[in-house]
Design a protein around this ligand. Structure first.
Ligand SMILES: O=C(O)CCC(=O)C1=CC=C[C@@H](O)[C@@H]1C(=O)O
Ligand SMILES: [Mg+2]
Length: 321
């Protein structure tokens, strides 16, 4: 006999979390639990406002319809909405014990740009010193000076930067001007520096700073191909779809000689702990970009090792089925 439960969650976010110029006060999503033969499998369905095309309401409806069919013993195809396909495929993979349990819990810490905070964070970081810094929110010159300072102060630091397509070619150039050429290869990559892909390619060629694609993966003409200056693709499973689709993207990236970084779409600790397992399984040796739990005020169902945030159990959730 198959059983399926569906819950809605709402987690308060830290003050000041801004996504695409909009403050995100709460993270809202669904949690699914599939049960069969005494085993169960969990999944999180949480479209990210400003990034996902599908609404939470559309996800709720598609999930309920799929669960109905699945509970009747059918094998319905996964819904096409990426967040739903991701969450349901995780639940199925857990149920069928196909999602390896070992996780990569070291992740590239997100740094707000406060050098002192970064230094203490790095001191506590075991192994490779890799951190991620958001750029493009303030003046490009200020970003350039800050990144240069961090690279100067911590000689074994490698930085991942993310501009979310904020810069014109001129701004990108102003940024690069402040980075000592001798340290530019310690910028592991900068995600999507410019408004367009062509401008980002030109930035990589002119500056010698490697770039990564993130937003581009969701564009219909995107292909996983080797290109000069492009080192990495950032894969956000909630925006990609099923585990099978995520695996296909990782394989396509690796086949083209690109590094694939599994990254968060601000899932709760439940989704994040699954993403660590996906990263350990599909991208061993590459630190995932999953340091987003601290943007939230609580964890959900499963704790992230070492997090002091309160843990919400199912009793905190609204049962939908
Ligand atoms: O990739 C990481 O290291 C953390 C995740 C992250 O940076 C993001 C997640 C979701 C939305 C954005 O704010 C941001 C990104 O643009 O990549
Ligand atoms: Mg990004």
């Amino acid at each position: 006999m198959r059983r399926a439960r569906l819950f809605a969650y709402q987690i308060p976010m830290d003050a000041g979390v801004v996504l695409r110029h909009q403050r995100l006060k709460t993270r809202d999503g669904l949690v699914v639990c599939l049960g069969e033969e005494g085993r169960d499998g969990w999944g999180e369905i949480a479209p990210l406002p400003g990034f996902s095309q599908e609404s939470l309401e559309a996800c709720r409806q598609a999930t309920l319809a799929w669960l109905e069919a699945w509970c009747c013993g059918q094998h319905p195809p996964l819904p096409s909405l990426p967040a739903v396909a991701f969450g349901l495929s995780c639940a199925l993979a857990e149920l069928e014990q196909q999602l390896p349990v070992a996780g990569e819990y070291r992740t590239a810490p997100l740094c707000t740009g406060d050098p002192d905070a970064l230094f203490s964070m790095l001191a506590a970081l075991p192994g490779e010193k890799v951190a991620k810094v958001k750029v493009g929110l303030y003046e490009a010159v200020r970003d350039g000076m800050l990144v240069n300072l961090l690279l100067e102060a911590v000689p074994d630091l490698r930085l991942r930067l993310d501009a979310n397509r904020a810069w014109t070619p001129l701004k990108a150039q102003q940024f690069a001007k402040y980075i000592n050429p001798a340290w530019r290869d310690r910028i592991a990559f900068i995600e999507e520096p410019c408004h367009t892909r062509d401008a980002s390619r030109a930035f990589a060629a002119d500056s010698g700073i490697a770039i990564a694609w993130d937003e581009s993966l969701r564009e219909p003409d995107f292909r996983f191909v080797a290109e000069p200056g492009v080192r990495t693709v950032v894969i956000k499973p909630t925006l990609t779809g099923s585990l099978q689709a995520v695996r296909a993207q990782v394989q396509a990236a690796h086949a083209a000689g690109l590094e694939a970084v599994i990254s968060s779409s601000l899932e709760s600790s439940l989704g994040l702990t699954q993403l660590t397992r996906i990263a350990a399984w599909l991208t061993p040796g590459t630190l995932p970009g999953l340091d987003t739990l601290s943007l939230m005020q609580a964890q959900l169902i499963r704790p992230w090792p070492g997090s002091a945030l309160p843990l919400y159990g199912v009793e905190h959730l609204e049962a939908l089925r």
